[in-house]
Design a protein around this ligand. Sequence first.
Ligand code: TRP
Length: 332
Amino acid sequence: MEEPAKTLFSAIQPSGIITIGNYFGAIKNWVELQDDYNCMFALADLHAITVFQRPENLKKNTLEAYALLLACGIDAEKSLFFIQSQVNTHSQLAWILDCYTQFGELSRMTQFKDKSTKHSDNINCGLFAYPVLMVADILLYQVDMVPIGLDQKQHLELTRTVAERFNFLYGETFKITEAYIPKNGSKIMSLQDPGRKMSKSDENLNAWVAILDSKDEIIKKFKRAVTDSDSCVRYDDKAKPGISNLMTIYSCATGKSFDEIEKEFDGVGYGKFKEAIGECIADKFAPVQSRFNELIKDKEYLEKCYRKGAKEAFEISNRTLNEVMKKIGFVQ
Ligand code: TRP
């Protein structure tokens, strides 16, 4: 008999700009994993408000991120793809699990420490409890696996800890989830400071490339990418972090190995190499951009997709929530 497909959950925050770093680090993997897993994906808009968002921006960004992920290849027929705030079970389970998570555990989260330094004027309780909401997101769906970036590893460890603690107190309730951290080639660094992860919150606009940047912008940004003073295209992430990052991007976009890339650009210098990457990335995302432009106009279709996603997500997650509430002793 055929085994049932393994299940997977992941989420991304619907911030205004989705970069090629998000694409190669997460979205591309999600698209591929849809063939082998029963996938559930969310736009984590409840997570987004831990940092103040203007209402009109939050709405616009969420719809645009939804359309852009569809344009990238998330298939709303095959996978469950929903907006977190439309599924009430997430906030409900998060509150409950807050009561099974220690203050000390959350105080040790490095992302909290980083973010509270960065947003020192708004260290709200949501920012502190953010990892518990993520724990709830995951545990509600009883999934086998969660693809995440390295920066989320600590949050996944917390997920396992909280799940084990609850299971110990009340009996088997939550599935213990595995992290899946895609290896090699998927961490894209800033084009201006290859020691830092590419991030759209970088003030230097040349540090990142968005999927929706125009061809001219993309080419310009790659031209300005920081490299070393040598002129040989060779992979060495210690001595040549800038060039190595560009090689990683080119490799992600073309599937070529570093060896092949070194041969292709042997003796041609950095200028030509940067131009080739710019062209390649612009061409790669041109079809995604035109699909996005169609989808974002079709509000009715988008609504149909996210309503269906929310309905199904509620049905699945509510089973877990009910079980949890019964076990805790809430009157049924
Ligand atoms: N915190 C994640 C990030 O910023 C997004 C996220 C929210 C997530 N809930 C999740 C990722 C559940 C995986 C599983 O990248």
